[in-house]
Design a protein around this ligand. Structure first.
Ligand code: ZN
Length: 407
């Protein structure tokens, strides 16, 4: 519902010569200049969970949808050009054939979206294709695989996923897998990357698949930097300095090391990635839920009732668009404007998106926030997508030098 409201407000701004101040009175306040800049820039979003969303509950996202954070009309309104489609494979499937199967099924979902509306979408297999498809007014859908478990310990599966269009892989997800330890898992079986993980990173360099260090443990991050011959990305991570103790975000030293490797951090929009207040809300809720689960059973009516009512009784402290801008600005101050991008996690973080950035129609608001902060047009374009495209090209160049992909 909230996302529909922002869509209407932006529609009004787009069709009028100037934004009506009444329409802009909520958190949404993009000026015609900000809207024009969003529309003329190549916006690359590092992580959007559309494939998992439509796998769970199918919708035709080439037309307007009533749920979710992404559909074609809203993406056009927001000026979005290349959202990386997350081929997300849950850690619960790690170590099984179902993991590989799920990855293929989600790639099929993206192919179906493109097949249904080839006049609107196209899969992008290179940075150049993103540019070419932008010129043809097509939305590119590049593929990023979240969790390396579908490789099932075989480099030939990595090659097969490259052939299907996978252009980044997040080495692990919620659990330590056979490639890497996870920031969310106390089990640190490898103390970083596994020996197989090192060969995976090397082969990704050869193929031209970007290495994504979002979700990995700190030790695995530093191991990856030692092994990778190409810049690496954090496709959807924010800054730990705003969320102390949250290993899923990156601390300042890591952001500096990432930039020294010429990579980029793409800021996650989820409220719990942005503010300690939102982090604390989840922690308190989880503890309370655990108590109810322990007393009545996790599947009990009491546990479900508690879960249903908790949010109503304890309003969620949403972060705001300003918090996203603050993360971007701090990262820029730390390492310069060439090493920062956006990885919203739309359709992946449920009802925790910040005010002013509720769906893919709202990128102009972010542009406005950066303009208000004094960012120049060239710098805003870099943050919106230019930096990721540069890294992608560098990864392609390294691959070509290392003998390159077989295609
Ligand atoms: Zn994720």
């Amino acid at each position: 519902m909230r996302s529909y409201v922002s869509k209407l407000v932006l529609s009004a701004c787009l069709s009028a010569t100037a934004c009506n101040t009444t329409n802009a009175s909520a958190a949404v306040s993009a000026s015609p200049e900000a809207i024009a800049l969003a529309q003329s820039s190549i916006i690359v979003d590092g992580h959007i969970d559309v494939p998992h969303r439509v796998f769970e509950a199918w919708e035709n996202v080439s037309a307007a949808t009533n749920s979710g954070d992404f559909d074609f009309p809203r993406a056009k309104l927001g000026g979005l050009n290349a959202p990386f489609m997350s081929i997300y494979v849950p850690s619960s499937l790690d170590g099984t054939d179902a993991s590989t199967q799920r990855a293929h099924q989600l790639i099929d979902q993206v192919e179906a979206i493109v097949g249904r509306a080839p006049e609107k979408f196209a899969i992008a297999r290179s940075a150049n294709e993103v540019q070419q498809q932008f010129d043809k007014d097509l939305i590119s859908l590049p593929l990023g695989m979240e969790n390396g478990a579908p490789l099932q310990g075989e480099l030939k599966n990595l090659d097969a996923f490259y052939q299907r269009g996978i252009r980044y892989i997040t080495l692990t997800h919620a659990k330590s897998n056979d490639i890497s330890d996870s920031s969310y898992d106390d089990n640190r079986q490898w103390d970083g990357l596994s020996p197989f993980g090192e060969t995976v990173v090397q082969r990704m360099n050869q193929l031209g698949i970007m290495v994504d260090i979002s979700h990995v443990s700190d030790a695995a991050f530093y191991d990856t930097l030692k092994v990778s011959r190409a810049p690496v990305i954090a496709s959807h991570s924010s800054l730990r300095s705003f969320t102390p103790g949250f290993e899923r975000n990156m601390d300042d030293a890591m952001v500096k090391a990432l930039a020294a490797n010429d990579g980029i951090i793409m800021i996650n929009f989820g409220s719990s990635f942005l503010t300690k207040t939102a982090q604390d809300w989840y922690n308190v809720r989880d503890q309370a839920q655990h108590k109810v689960d322990a007393e009545f059973g996790a599947e009990s009516p009491q546990a479900k009732l508690f879960s249903d009512q908790y949010r109503a009784n304890n309003p969620f402290p949403y972060a705001s668009l300003d918090d996203v801008v603050e993360h971007i600005d701090r990262a820029v101050k730390l390492v310069g404007v060439d090493h920062v991008g956006i990885g919203s996690d739309y359709d992946g973080v449920g009802d925790s998106l910040p005010t002013g950035l509720k769906d893919v129609a709202t990128y102009p608001n972010l542009v406005q926030g950066l303009m208000n902060k004094g960012y120049s047009t060239p710098d805003i374009r870099k943050i919106l997508g230019g930096n990721l495209l540069r890294v992608w090209q560098q990864v392609e160049t390294v691959a070509a030098k290392l003998s390159g992909p077989s295609t």
